[in-house]
Design a protein around this ligand. Structure first.
Ligand SMILES: NC(=O)c1ccc[n+]([C@@H]2O[C@H](COP(=O)([O-])OP(=O)(O)OC[C@H]3O[C@@H](n4cnc5c(N)ncnc54)[C@H](OP(=O)(O)O)[C@@H]3O)[C@@H](O)[C@H]2O)c1
Length: 286
């Protein structure tokens, strides 16, 4: 039987681990320290508990490793990858943004476009919705999908994977930028000027995608704005929660990735350039 490891028992990792565990797969949750993680849902009264092993103590070698730490935390887990993997281990990087794999060179790795919504506070993960991972379609990911077919983890293999990556990048770009920089929740979408800024950011993202040969259909900006309009006013974004908590934001992998592409193609992206600069400035410490 294949062995599965989840590095980073947070919102995304715990839900992935839970999906595999409850269907009888052999899964180990690997965190900074040994302990437990709890998963709760508004719809269910019961809380599920899962043991967490300290990654530094782990001795198992895994066939599949889901890496679910944030992009900013990747460096901390790289030293452990050698002992946790064999030459055919498949790593699934489950993170927002793009470009991380180029920077870290994890062997046999694929980045998933993640549609799992949750939040971790202390040891408790609240799972709001979805269990979807979108991966590029190839023999390795097909084998993974077939191998975990009995679980409720919804692995979708996309023949147009780069489109999926860029769609999620566009969705993350505007709302993460405006909520993090204003240190305010989705409530700010009620302000017309913020709606206008979001549209400009999405349109600049679309132009960068086009330079990368990813073409979106007409009406995509309005579609993404409708997604934002569906957010409850009290809802934050991952970059908003990070900045409020004083944690490093995943700017490098969202706005930074897009900014570098814009520079490469010599595009005019004034809104992106401004929000990226301000996000960098917001994390400067003396
Ligand atoms: N949450 C969402 O709704 C959502 C949706 C789509 C995509 N994403 C993306 O998914 C990725 C993961 O986000 P998340 O929300 O699941 O983050 P998270 O809740 O903060 O989980 C990250 C987990 O990794 C652990 N970790 C950090 N460094 C570690 C290390 N060196 N060794 C072992 N464990 C370590 C953290 O432990 P500590 O708590 O001890 O730091 C935490 O439990 C991000 O790229 C995010 O943008 C999230």
């Amino acid at each position: 039987m294949d062995t599965f490891g989840v590095i980073g028992p947070g919102a995304v990792g715990s839900v992935i681990g839970e999906s595999l565990h409850t269907s009888g797969y052999q899964v180990t949750f690997l965190g900074r320290k040994a302990g437990e993680v709890y998963i709760e849902r508004a719809s269910a009264s019961e809380t599920a508990a899962f043991p967490v092993e300290a990654i530094s103590e782990a001795e198992t070698v895994f066939d599949y490793l889901f890496i679910t730490v944030k992009g900013t935390q990747l460096e901390g887990i790289i030293p452990y990858l050698d002992k946790l993997t064999h030459e055919n281990t498949v790593c699934i990087l489950c993170q927002n943004g793009y470009g991380q794999l180029d920077k870290f060179h994890i062997p046999n790795a694929y980045q998933a476009v993640v549609y799992i919504s949750g939040q971790k506070k202390e040891k408790v993960v609240t799972h709001f919705r979805d269990r979807i991972l979108i991966l590029p379609e190839n023999p390795v990911t097909k084998k993974l999908k077939e191998g975990i077919a009995a679980s409720n983890l919804d692995i979708r293999l996309s023949p147009d994977y780069r489109y999926e990556v860029w769609y999620k990048l566009l969705v993350n770009l505007a709302i993460n930028s405006v909520t993090a920089l204003s240190r305010n929740t989705a409530l700010i979408l009620e302000e017309e000027k913020i709606q206008h800024l979001c549209k400009r950011l999405i349109q600049e993202g679309i132009a960068i995608a086009a330079a990368e040969e990813i073409h979106f259909q007409e009406g995509i900006t309005e579609e993404i704005m409708r997604i934002y309009a569906g957010y409850p006013p009290y809802m934050g974004t991952s970059m908003y929660y990070d900045i409020i908590a004083g944690k490093t934001m995943e700017t490098a992998y969202i706005q930074g990735y897009l900014y570098e592409k814009s520079q490469t193609y010599g595009l005019d992206t004034p809104c992106l350039d401004a929000v990226y600069s301000l996000l960098l400035a917001s994390e400067m410490r003396g």
